[in-house]
Design a protein around this ligand. Sequence first.
Ligand SMILES: *Cc1c(COP(=O)(O)O)cnc(C)c1O
Length: 443
Amino acid sequence: MNEAEKTKWIEKLPLLSEIAERKEVLWRNPKNGDSAAGIAQSGITASDVEDASNRLKRFAPYIEKVFPETTTSKGVIESPITPIPSMKQSLSIKYDTQIPGELLLKQDNSLPISGSIKARGGIYEVLKHAETLAVEHGLIKMDEDYTKFAEPEFRNLFAKHKIAVGSTGNLGLSIGIMSAKLGFDVTVHMSADAKQWKKDLLREKGVTVVEYADDYSKAVEEGRRQAEADQLCHFVDDENSLDLFLGYAVAGERVAAQLSEQGRKVDNDHPLFVYLPCGVGGGPGGVAFGLKLQFGDAVHCFFAEPTHSPCMTIGMMTGLHDKVSVADFGLDNQTAADGLAVGTPSGFVGERIEPLLEGCYTISDDTMFELLTMLADTEDIRLEPSALAGMTGPIQTIRGQVPFADSSTATHLVWATGGSMVPETEMELYYGIGKTIIEESGK
Ligand SMILES: *Cc1c(COP(=O)(O)O)cnc(C)c1O
């Protein structure tokens, strides 16, 4: 995009000038409409998501067998929903804004196996690929006991097949750990900003890690190119994968069951607001889609992005999706929020989620660090910086006068997307950064 085009866009959509100045903004999506129509338009159906859910059920006995940490959940990879009343109080004070509804945290930071939202879509896609191969080669039928996947003949088959992915870190962890466990020859193409401990951990598990001096899009592009040349290689395409999307979407029915067990209603009189940190869009897009299937118009989904990397916000606002990048608006895509440092959104997700998303907002790295420290102090929950992006959601929607956000019967669900894999020393560092920002702003 040239300067003249950029100026034209800013004239048409003045909020873009605030975005270009890296301000924290709220954008309401004018294309958000009737849920049933949006779902129909997406080309993805409830039965596609049900199929993914059933596949995860078939694999649960295998997961339970090879990942002992999933014993209590019987091989189901799920996280708790936790009320965070002390954090709610601190948020209200910090922003001088009342939150009359309830504040809940969806703790994907504690998802088993890889400690982030990527354990949903990433692991699902690898399992689906493994099942396809195993069925094709006559090793298993879909009604058999899937603990067989741990047997040597399966591992021997998978060892002849490759899986590759491009990632800033967390997707690499999920794909790498799951693929290596099944016995695949797996390569993770990592961007320059990926953390050293993630690379080390993957190599420890027998994953090949290729590093790039460039950013995420470059790592994906290289990975895709190398995989295309190899017929036995399955490339997990974070930007265009329906399987990833469906794996994430299964979260919808899980959340519905959890809220119902906790006795919480979701209907037009009890609206559910969900705040999802967004990178390329697959995770939040899939989850939002799954929630829409469950709750229809009673659920209101917002994506949260760093002020330096608001790719989905810009893609949706302009309708240009993957044809626009944050660099077009002078942004550097530099953020401490792993997984959110993405300059160009997924067009596949953007187009599907467009009629279903209520809006997007941005958040600065400083705010994420402050909230990280606040959450540790108030609730003793430690998240990685990206996972705090959802935390200003209730403030943004209430201040932005989004209908019903300030209702006492509203539930605000902040999707905490990662954290439990972060080494303690790294977490201490994050906590310290937040503490310093809080102390300096108090002076
Ligand atoms: C990947 C990731 C996200 C966003 O998911 P996308 O599919 O990239 O949009 C959010 N938070 C964390 C911690 C992540 O790793």
